[in-house]
Design a protein around this ligand. Structure first.
Ligand SMILES: Cc1cc2nc3c(=O)[nH]c(=O)nc-3n(C[C@H](O)[C@H](O)[C@H](O)COP(=O)(O)OP(=O)(O)OC[C@H]3O[C@@H](n4cnc5c(N)ncnc54)[C@H](O)[C@@H]3O)c2cc1C
Length: 435
């Protein structure tokens, strides 16, 4: 029941990726919120193939109440291989069936349907492409769409992805640049691959070449194995004016397989089994560490909109859901702690809290990336005197790859947003009691 004394907040969520859908779940559960969700596409998009859900992802799915709806294949062991010779350079960590938070590869559609199943029917307004925002002072924000319609709200949640229009208003000079990296992704029915001798289909394998890599993984529970994900990455791709903006566009089999003709024969045969028209291309864009996730005392960025980077360590969806859940908690907390909350004071306080809890994480992520820059340059280079030896060294006990597979990204994958939130509450209560 909405509280009679607390103000009703008008909130617009822009976008229905993992960030927008999880925002819709978390915010629609709050009393005193009038929620609208806008999406530029005509329907929910199913872009991409598989998605890794790590410890952090399971934790936030639990908080959103949809963990049981999301299933997939364990990514342990992830076997690291030489793409030319097939040599195993790292056998990966063993599968631990007793760990409920173990990393799994999940079909993106499964995650999307789980999220969509928990939002009120009819909530999403499709074919609503945000074009501009106008700060109306005490009256809120005017949200304008390409079809010339408008809405006025108290808070705009920018879940509109890498090329966020909300971010452009919040940080107009934020630099977004092409990262010279392209991903190609598809799903292949398992029966089309089963004839290939020794092609691993029930474990995840990552195959490395010169300035390219390929990821092969089941995305369904092994008891119900139906689809295998193929994801390729190529580095050092030139910018093609007017063309290098691809995000989920079709590419031909020839374009993809041509880049892997020098690879292990199992991979070459696997490429031949891909149904024409099913590859999708994703050109990677990146930006820097944004100063703040909030602005105007009325705008908040969730998900990729705030940290366009080359993937998010394969955890960008979890980040988006963590942001959304935290934003809802921040609004709830602001309403409960402000003595006489107005709309403006509630939104301003909720955004302050949201930024306080989430911004340090993204800052740490960008700092980490800076530290990895030189090591990553090595991975991306095309010329090698001894590629096989270099790859083995990369996965030797102190190599970048080995540390990556043995948990040195723990601040990302093992994070627990529920715990972080509780820690914030404890410290804030201590702050309030000192006042
Ligand atoms: C190749 C590749 C591999 C990846 N692998 C993983 C992985 O293994 N695990 C993982 O967790 N993440 C992975 N990611 C990252 C993950 O896909 C993103 O982090 C995640 O989708 C971010 O969600 P989001 O809701 O912030 O943005 P998006 O998913 O980009 O959604 C944005 C939404 O906003 C809509 N929109 C955009 N502009 C407007 C506008 N002007 N008006 C209205 N609506 C608008 C779009 O149509 C879209 O529906 C991968 C990404 C790529 C490209």
């Amino acid at each position: 029941m909405p509280s009679a004394t607390a103000p009703t907040l008008r909130i617009a969520v822009i976008g229905t990726g993992p960030g927008g859908l999880s925002s819709a779940i978390a915010l629609s559960e709050l009393p005193n919120v009038h929620l609208r969700v806008f999406e530029s596409a005509g329907e929910l998009k199913n872009l991409g193939a598989g998605i890794s859900v790590n410890h952090n992802g399971w934790k936030v799915l639990e908080l959103l109440g949809i963990r049981e709806l999301v299933t997939g294949a364990s990514t342990n062991p992830t076997v690291q291989r030489n793409a030319y010779t097939g040599e195993i350079v790292d056998p990966g960590q063993p599968h631990n069936p007793d760990d409920p938070y173990e990393a799994r590869r999940v079909r993106r559609l499964v995650l999307q349907e789980a999220l969509a199943s928990r939002i009120p029917p009819g909530l999403v307004e499709f074919n609503k492409k945000l074009v501009s925002l106008e700060d109306l002072g005490k009256d809120g924000v005017r949200v304008s769409f390409e079809d010339s319609t408008e809405a006025t709200v108290d808070l705009v949640v920018g879940a509109d992805g890498v090329r966020s229009v909300v971010r452009k208003h919040l940080a107009p000079d934020y630099p977004l640049e092409y990262a010279h990296q392209v991903g190609w992704r598809t799903l292949v029915p398992v029966e089309r691959l089963q004839h290939i001798p020794d092609l691993p289909l029930t474990t995840t394998s990552w195959w490395y070449g010169k300035a390219k890599s390929l990821w092969l993984s089941p995305v369904d529970e092994l008891s119900n194995l139906r689809l295998i994900e193929l994801t390729c990455r190529v580095y050092g791709e030139p910018f093609v004016p007017g063309k290098t903006v691809s995000w989920g566009v079709h590419v031909t089999n020839e374009k993809v397989s041509d880049r892997f003709t020098d690879c292990d024969s199992r991979l070459i045969e696997a490429f031949k089994q891909v149904e024409e028209g099913t590859w999708r291309e994703f050109a990677a864009y990146q930006g820097g560490d944004i100063d703040s996730l909030v602005g105007w005392h009325k705008l908040a960025l969730v998900g990729d909109s705030s940290h366009p980077s080359i993937g998010g360590f394969g955890s960008g969806s979890a980040f988006a859901m963590e942001d959304s859940w935290t934003l809802a908690r921040a609004i709830e907390y602001a309403l409960s702690t402000l003595t006489s909350p107005s709309i403006a004071s509630t939104v301003a306080e909720a955004l302050r809290i949201f930024d306080t809890v989430r911004k340090p994480f993204y800052h740490e992520m960008f700092q980490f990336r800076l530290g990895q820059k030189n090591a990553l340059q090595q991975v991306y280079r095309k010329e090698y005197e001894d590629f096989d030896g270099d790859l083995r060294r990369r996965f030797s006990s102190d190599g970048l790859g080995a540390r990556r597979s043995k948990g040195f990204l723990s601040f990302v994958y093992n994070s627990d947003i529920g715990k972080k939130w509780n820690d914030f509450i404890e410290s804030d209560k201590a702050r309030l009691s000192r006042q």
